[in-house]
Design a protein around this ligand. Structure first.
Ligand SMILES: [Zn+2]
Length: 110
Protein backbone atom coordinates (compact mmCIF):
# COMPACT_ATOMS: atom_id res chain seq x y z
CA UNK A 1 0.00 0.00 0.00
CA UNK A 2 1.17 3.48 -0.80
CA UNK A 3 0.48 6.04 1.88
CA UNK A 4 -0.75 9.50 0.97
CA UNK A 5 2.44 11.14 2.22
CA UNK A 6 4.78 9.09 0.04
CA UNK A 7 4.44 11.13 -3.17
CA UNK A 8 4.69 14.35 -1.20
CA UNK A 9 8.14 13.70 0.20
CA UNK A 10 10.04 13.31 -3.10
CA UNK A 11 8.10 16.24 -4.51
CA UNK A 12 9.17 18.50 -1.67
CA UNK A 13 12.70 17.21 -1.88
CA UNK A 14 12.76 17.83 -5.64
CA UNK A 15 11.54 21.36 -5.07
CA UNK A 16 14.31 22.06 -2.60
CA UNK A 17 16.91 20.62 -4.92
CA UNK A 18 15.70 22.76 -7.82
CA UNK A 19 15.82 25.87 -5.64
CA UNK A 20 19.40 25.07 -4.69
CA UNK A 21 20.38 24.50 -8.32
CA UNK A 22 18.68 27.73 -9.29
CA UNK A 23 20.63 29.75 -6.74
CA UNK A 24 23.81 28.13 -8.08
CA UNK A 25 22.88 29.18 -11.62
CA UNK A 26 21.98 32.63 -10.35
CA UNK A 27 25.37 32.89 -8.67
CA UNK A 28 27.12 31.87 -11.89
CA UNK A 29 25.09 34.35 -13.91
CA UNK A 30 26.04 37.13 -11.50
CA UNK A 31 29.70 36.15 -11.81
CA UNK A 32 29.45 36.10 -15.58
CA UNK A 33 27.82 39.52 -15.58
CA UNK A 34 30.60 41.01 -13.43
CA UNK A 35 33.23 39.36 -15.66
CA UNK A 36 31.58 40.86 -18.73
CA UNK A 37 31.51 44.26 -17.10
CA UNK A 38 35.21 43.98 -16.27
CA UNK A 39 36.07 42.79 -19.76
CA UNK A 40 34.16 45.71 -21.27
CA UNK A 41 36.03 48.13 -18.99
CA UNK A 42 39.28 46.63 -20.25
CA UNK A 43 38.21 47.41 -23.81
CA UNK A 44 37.37 43.83 -24.70
CA UNK A 45 34.51 42.83 -26.94
CA UNK A 46 32.11 40.65 -24.96
CA UNK A 47 29.94 39.64 -27.91
CA UNK A 48 26.73 41.12 -26.56
CA UNK A 49 25.95 42.75 -29.90
CA UNK A 50 27.11 42.57 -33.49
CA UNK A 51 30.11 44.56 -34.68
CA UNK A 52 29.27 47.98 -36.05
CA UNK A 53 30.12 49.23 -39.49
CA UNK A 54 29.26 52.66 -40.82
CA UNK A 55 27.56 52.49 -44.20
CA UNK A 56 28.40 56.12 -44.93
CA UNK A 57 32.13 56.46 -44.24
CA UNK A 58 33.12 52.79 -43.89
CA UNK A 59 34.51 53.05 -40.38
CA UNK A 60 34.08 49.68 -38.72
CA UNK A 61 34.65 47.75 -35.54
CA UNK A 62 36.94 44.77 -35.38
CA UNK A 63 38.17 42.44 -32.67
CA UNK A 64 41.85 41.68 -32.27
CA UNK A 65 43.22 38.21 -31.56
CA UNK A 66 43.54 39.34 -27.93
CA UNK A 67 39.79 40.07 -27.88
CA UNK A 68 40.12 43.84 -27.80
CA UNK A 69 37.54 45.92 -29.60
CA UNK A 70 39.10 48.31 -32.09
CA UNK A 71 37.70 50.66 -34.73
CA UNK A 72 39.42 50.66 -38.08
CA UNK A 73 39.30 52.38 -41.44
CA UNK A 74 38.51 49.93 -44.25
CA UNK A 75 41.74 51.05 -45.93
CA UNK A 76 43.78 50.05 -42.88
CA UNK A 77 42.31 46.92 -41.30
CA UNK A 78 43.95 45.91 -38.03
CA UNK A 79 45.05 49.46 -37.25
CA UNK A 80 43.04 50.99 -34.40
CA UNK A 81 41.93 54.54 -35.09
CA UNK A 82 41.18 55.14 -31.39
CA UNK A 83 37.63 56.12 -32.35
CA UNK A 84 34.73 54.36 -30.63
CA UNK A 85 31.11 54.17 -31.71
CA UNK A 86 29.06 55.68 -28.90
CA UNK A 87 25.61 54.38 -27.92
CA UNK A 88 22.67 56.73 -28.46
CA UNK A 89 19.99 56.46 -25.79
CA UNK A 90 19.67 53.53 -23.46
CA UNK A 91 18.44 50.86 -25.87
CA UNK A 92 21.97 49.90 -27.01
CA UNK A 93 20.54 49.54 -30.50
CA UNK A 94 21.62 52.86 -31.91
CA UNK A 95 25.18 54.05 -32.17
CA UNK A 96 26.78 57.19 -33.50
CA UNK A 97 29.70 56.98 -35.89
CA UNK A 98 32.58 58.93 -34.30
CA UNK A 99 33.82 60.03 -37.69
CA UNK A 100 30.81 61.17 -39.73
CA UNK A 101 28.21 61.22 -36.87
CA UNK A 102 25.80 58.96 -38.75
CA UNK A 103 23.40 57.06 -36.47
CA UNK A 104 23.69 53.33 -36.98
CA UNK A 105 21.17 50.65 -36.08
CA UNK A 106 22.56 47.62 -34.34
CA UNK A 107 20.89 44.22 -34.59
CA UNK A 108 17.35 43.54 -35.68
CA UNK A 109 15.34 46.62 -34.97
CA UNK A 110 11.89 45.69 -33.66
ZN1 LIG B 1 30.70 57.03 -40.45
Amino acid sequence: MVSLTTPLIPHTFGGMKKKKEFSKIYELAAQLQSLRRRATQLGMFVDDRELLSCAKCGLEEDVTIEGLLIVVQPSAPGSDTGFRFSPVGKSKRRYRCPQCKTILMCGNEA
